[in-house]
Every structure is written in C-alpha cells, then in structure tokens.
Design a protein around this ligand. Structure first.
Ligand code: TRP
Length: 489
C-alpha cells in the first residue's frame, strides 16, 4: 500500500463516525434544510403568480412526484452506496467522468456565489425591520450595506460548514427548520384574519385546466420543482453519503418532497392574502419580497412583527440552503485533496466569495452591469438557468446508464424506469426549448426584468467550457483515491 493511500485510509476510518447524521430525523432536517430556501418562499409564489395561480399546481405536483422524487432517491442512493462526494462518485465510475464531477461542483458554487448575495439582502432587511428603520429596496441598494451583508452571509455559511456534518450542518438544521415551519404556520394563521384571504385561497387552489396546453407552464413547473428541491445538484448525493444503511430512502424522499411542497404552499398562503389585501400585484418576482411585501408591511398595524417573522424565516431558510451548496464542494475537496475540512472550507468559501463580488457590486452604488443587465441577474440567467439541468442530466445518465449500481436499483424499485427513460429526455427537451427561446424561464432564481438571452447563453457556454476544462485538467491530479467501490489504476 502506498504511503499516501495508507494515510488516506486511516483518515477515512477516523472520519467515518463524525461524517454521519446522528439520526434519521437529523438527516431529514438537514435535507429539508437544503431543499427549503428562497425558492420555496418567494420564487414559488412568483412563478405561481405569473402562471395564473392554481392552474400551475397540476404540472407542479406531477413533476414533483414523477420526476423529482425518483431523482431524489437516485442521488441519495448513489451517495450512500459509494459513500462519497460528487467528484469521487463520478470518478469511481470512470476517471474520465471526474471532469463532470467538477463541473457539477463549479455550477453549484457559482449558484452559491449569488445565492449568498440574496441571503445577505434578506439578512439586511431582517436587521432593518428589527431596528425599526423599515428599509426599501431602493434605499437599501443605494448604499454599500448589501456588500457588507454579503460578507456576513458568506462568513456565516463557511463557519457552519467548517464545523462539520454533525455539529455544523445537522445542528443548524435542527434549530432552523422547526423555526421556519413554526413561523410559516404562525404567519398563515395571521393571514387568515386578512380580508384578502378568501381571494388568495381561490387564486391558489382553483385549477384552470385550459392553460395546461401551454408548454411554457410545464417548463416553468418542472424548473420550479428541480430548483426548489435542490435535486440533481450533487447536494442530495453528498448528504446521502452520510446516511445510515437502514434508512428507507424512498420514504425519506417522499417526506422531503412533502415538506418542501408544504413550505411553498404555506408561503403562498402567507404572501397572497397580504398581496390581495393591500391591492398589490401577485405577478412580480424578486420585487415581491423586497418591494411589494415591505410596502404592505409598512401599512399594516402589526407590520413590524410580521416583517421580522417573514425576513427571519426567509433568512434561516436561505442560510441552510447556502450551507448545503457549500458542502458539495467542501466534501469533494476534502476527499480528493490533502486539505482537511477546515482548510477546504476556507479555500472554497474564499473562491465563492471572489466569484460573488461582482454580483454583490451589481446592486450597490457601483451598479456593475453588462449591457444594462446587472451581473447578478446575468449569472442567474446563465449559470443559474443551465447548470441545474446540465448537472441533473449528467447525474442521471452517468449513474443510471454508465454505472448501473445494484443498490441504487434496489432503492429505486419501481421508480427505476422513470430515472432511466423519462428524466433525461424531459430535462433535455425543457433545456433545449429554453435555449431556443421557446420555453419560459425555468431554473433561475430571479424572475423579473428584461434580459438579454443571447448574452446569457454565451456566458453559459463560456462558463461550462471553462469548468469542463478545469475538471478535465484536475481529473488525473487528485492525490487521493476515491472512497469505496474503487477501481484501481
Ligand atoms: N432549493 C433551494 C431553494 O428552494 C435553493 C437551492 C439550494 C438550490 N441548492 C440549490 C437551487 C442548488 C439550485 C441548485 O431556494
């Protein structure tokens, strides 16, 4: 045995105990923490609002249970079977695929770079409303505070991930997720007392089946489900590698999906009564959280309390998602290089921070933009839009077609044909029609504003090419072998 291999194996054994969730509940809270984020709370409401309300629920629920659940089981099962991060998992199938692993890590890290900017905004709004200064988006972004809060969000996320799986990620989720759901329920109970409640319920739950012939509606719903569940990003694969053998992955996936959908619906039951009561527009995207709702909060009796509860839950939800996005890269770096968790976190957090600076500066007095599009919007429209389906396709194709793992097939059971035959073509079609400019925006976080789609497509191609080149270069330069199920040579 080579010295480096020996060192690696003993590290592995020492790591094993701490690199596991402490219980099935801990695992569920962590995965729900990863899934429930800004996407459930304001993105869901915005997509639903701009797609005619209840009509949208039909494709949304279909996509959740027919596509997202099998994909969740696949990722969790691959992680548990190989007991590895996303890069080592791809590498264990074939060294050539290592590049795909880094591509996934790169995409997720770029998403994190601007997700942290938004997490920072939410934190800024929380503090402002807590202090009673009731900021608005225009005032907020006219100063440098958004950049400062981006730094705070980044440092917090890094500090949690550095503490490890159990005492960092799991402990955070154990505190944060019950709080998020409690606040959502409390706000929904308050929303029942508002005059706009009845209209909101009608808007949310009256399906208008005629719009189902609109292909744009379907692509919006599929995108929302994948985004909202954080599925197909290597996040669930990484979290799955910390799960015990006796956890039922199908049951867990159903629970995660139900929790994620409930968070979205509860958020809708909070947001739409407010929107209708105060005569506001339900169709706006990012503006919903930072402009529309604050307008309503300002004219409510209990506005300050409601605002603090709302931004508090939004911040908690965003933070636990940011942590999961960072963990993908940190797990990959600790398993494939000589860095320990602390250093790997430092390096990755630093990289993500640098990548996020232009996005942060695009909503500051600098107004950094390309051809009139703020950098943050551009990264969202490019990487945010395409990294997600591309990663999901790579994971589905490599771990189902190239490496047909028995344990994974067992975990999937009757869902197996869906992952094998349905998911890849659906993702290809939805992404292809989006790139061709036919389908409605699918995966990105922000939804408003006019965008230059060809510029975004160009940025995507450059980013994906650069990440693939980096991954290809790294594939034979990683000092440590992968975890179990390895093939030597
Ligand atoms: N799912 C989270 C949300 O709803 C966001 C998120 C976390 C995400 N990880 C992701 C989105 C990876 C896309 C890709 O807000």
């Amino acid at each position: 045995m080579l010295a480096s291999e020996y060192k690696w194996q003993s590290c592995l054994l020492a790591d094993m105990a701490s690199d596991r969730w402490s219980s099935g509940l801990g695992f569920l809270l962590a995965t729900v923490g990863a899934a429930v984020g800004l996407g459930n709370i304001w993105r869901f409401s915005a997509v639903l609002g701009s797609n005619g309300g209840g009509a949208y629920l039909v494709p949304y629920l279909l996509a959740a249970f027919c596509l997202a659940v099998p994909m969740l089981v696949l990722e969790l099962a691959v992680g548990r079977t190989l007991r590895s991060d996303v890069v080592s998992a791809f590498r264990s199938v074939d060294t050539t695929y290592t590049a795909f692993g880094w591509l996934v890590v790169g995409g997720v890290s770029l998403i994190l770079s601007y997700y942290l900017v938004l997490t920072g905004w939410v934190f800024g709004f929380l503090l402002s409303w807590l202090g009673g200064s009731r900021t608005t988006f225009a005032t907020f972004t006219a100063g440098w505070l958004p950049v400062g809060y981006f730094v705070v969000a980044t440092v917090l996320t890094g500090a949690i991930v550095a503490r490890g799986v159990r005492s960092g990620i799991e402990r955070l989720s154990t505190v944060v997720m019950p709080t998020v759901f409690a606040l959502l329920v409390a706000l929904a109970v308050y929303a029942v007392t508002l005059p706009g409640w009845g209209r909101a319920v009608g808007f949310l739950f009256t399906p208008d089946l005629t719009v189902l012939v609109d292909p744009g509606l379907w692509s919006a719903a599929f995108g929302q489900v994948f985004f909202s569940l954080s599925v197909g990003q290597g996040i669930m694969l990484t979290y799955g590698s910390y799960v015990d053998e006796d956890t039922d992955l199908l049951r867990s996936s159903l629970l995660i999906t139900v929790a994620d959908i409930s968070a979205a619906l509860l958020a809708g039951l909070v947001i739409f009564p407010i929107v209708f009561t105060f005569g506001l527009q339900p169709t706006l995207g990012t503006e919903l959280a930072f402009t529309t709702l604050p307008t309503a909060f300002a004219s409510m009796g209990a506005g300050r309390v409601v605002a603090v509860a709302f931004f508090g839950l939004l911040f908690f939800a965003a933070l636990s998602s940011s942590v999961s996005l960072l963990e993908v890269g940190v797990a990959a770096a600790t398993n494939t290089t000589r860095l320990d968790r602390g250093r790997a976190t430092l390096v990755l957090t630093g990289g993500v921070f640098l990548a996020g600076v232009p996005s942060a500066l695009s909503y500051s007095p600098l107004d950094l933009a390309v051809a009139g599009t703020p950098i943050l919007d551009l990264v969202d429209e490019s990487v945010g839009t395409y990294a997600l389906p591309v990663s999901a396709i790579l994971i589905a194709v490599v771990f189902v077609w190239a490496a047909d793992l028995e344990q994974v097939r067992d975990a999937l059971g009757r869902l197996y044909p869906l992952v094998r035959y349905a998911i890849p073509p659906v993702l290809v079609v939805v992404t292809g029609t989006k790139a061709a400019g036919i389908a409605r925006p699918a995966w990105r976080l922000l939804l408003d504003g006019a965008r230059d789609e060809s510029l975004a497509l160009a940025v995507t191609v450059v980013a994906l090419a650069a990440l693939s080149a980096m991954g290809w270069w790294l594939r034979s330069r990683l000092p440590y072998p992968r975890r179990q199920g390895r093939r030597r040579g």
